[in-house]
Write a protein that binds this ligand. Structure first.
Ligand SMILES: NC(=O)c1ccc[n+]([C@@H]2O[C@H](COP(=O)([O-])OP(=O)(O)OC[C@H]3O[C@@H](n4cnc5c(N)ncnc54)[C@H](OP(=O)(O)O)[C@@H]3O)[C@@H](O)[C@H]2O)c1
Length: 312
């Protein structure tokens, strides 16, 4: 990843037996989301054929998507929603796969158990948050979010029922007037962990799932073995501490998943989920696109269009 973050773990995932021993990840192609057309398929691939329009989120240990040609595994790719352009579709897979992994695989939510559940999304105006609001809202949940005041219109338009402006004073004070939650998705981390779990309904399976974890930082600084050990101790300690108070503490992670993108594709074509594209850059503007992303304050996603307008 840019800046070397996660380098130790990603190097191990790319080259588990350390055969190349290059100690160097270059050449490196950035970008995780893609939407495009299949050029060729492997001999075992039956579900796709050349010419199919597909989308995917590419795992970080593989070369990325800021390229004219991308190699992905059959189980990472999915038919793109027919109702979206490639630019719109490219705004969805990575945040969708991350939100799904956190909310469904880790948080235990599904379209069959979400009705009337109270969900709090901390940091809802960025990529993951704008997708997560729409997913749980379309499954019938009651959605409370935290964001800046100037993002309120955006998040309400995506389905948020209650909006807490974190710039207007401590969020924990503002949340005290609301009912407790069945699930909290934390996109911000840091000191939110100190207060967020007290807003979960105790002793009824309520979960706090944070996407901001020290896993990669631990393996960067301590090495793979010690980093994983430290990570295991940290998460187990926190989980036990909160379990004694009747709530569940979990870490969420991005997981590439073509079949999940198939489900999301249907939801997009059914009008239940829409992409939130904040700004679009051309391929020659990749440096500006990264500068924009690094400034923070995202409102949905920034998309780079590698193809020319004619091939879009
Ligand atoms: N574990 C994993 O595998 C995994 C995968 C993907 C992402 N992540 C992590 O998940 C987090 C969310 O990702 P993302 O792509 O959605 O990030 P993003 O697009 O950068 O969005 C973050 C949003 O939070 C808002 N924000 C900042 N401070 C806030 C606060 N104190 N309270 C409420 N909102 C605040 C920002 O807008 P304003 O600053 O204008 O308020 C921005 O809209 C990131 O930390 C990312 O690193 C983890």
């Amino acid at each position: 990843m840019r800046g070397g973050y996660g380098a130790a773990t990603l190097a191990m995932r790319r080259d588990p037996l350390n055969i190349t021993q290059s100690g160097n990840e270059f050449p490196l192609i950035l970008g995780r989301d893609m939407s495009g057309v299949i050029m060729e398929c492997g001999l075992d691939v039956a579900y796709f054929k050349p010419g199919d329009e597909v989308w995917a989120a590419i795992p970080p240990w593989k070369q990325g998507s800021l390229a004219e040609f991308v190699v992905v595994s059959g189980n990472e790719v999915s038919h793109k929603p027919k109702s979206l352009s490639h630019t719109e579709a490219a705004a969805v897979p990575y945040v969708a796969a991350t939100a799904w992994s956190a909310l469904v695989n880790t948080g235990g939510l599904s379209k069959d158990n979400c009705t009337k559940k109270r969900i709090l999304i901390i940091g809802a105006s960025g990529g993951v948050g704008t997708f997560a609001i729409q997913l749980v809202k379309s499954w019938g949940a009651h959605v409370t979010v935290t964001c800046s005041q100037n993002a309120e219109q955006l998040v309400r338009g995506l389905g948020a029922d209650e909006v807490v402006d974190y710039t207007a004073g401590p969020v924990e004070k503002q949340l005290q007037t609301l009912q407790k939650f069945d699930l909290i998705l934390d996109n911000i981390g840091g000191d939110t962990e100190n207060w967020a779990l007290s807003f979960l309904k105790p002793w009824c399976g309520a979960k706090y799932v944070t996407l901001v974890t020290p896993f990669l930082r631990n393996t960067d600084t301590l090495g793979i073995a010690d980093g994983m050990l430290q990570t295991g101790v940290t998460v187990a300690t926190k989980a036990l501490k909160h379990l004694s108070k009747g709530v569940h503490y979990r870490w969420g992670f991005f997981a590439p998943n073509g079949p999940v993108l198939d489900d999301i594709s249907e939801m997009v074509d059914a009008g239940q989920i829409r992409p939130v594209v904040e700004e679009q850059f051309s391929f020659s503007q990749v440096p500006q696109a990264f500068q924009k992303v690094e400034q923070g304050h995202a409102r949905g996603k920034t998309v780079v269009s590698v193809a020319t307008a004619q091939t879009e």
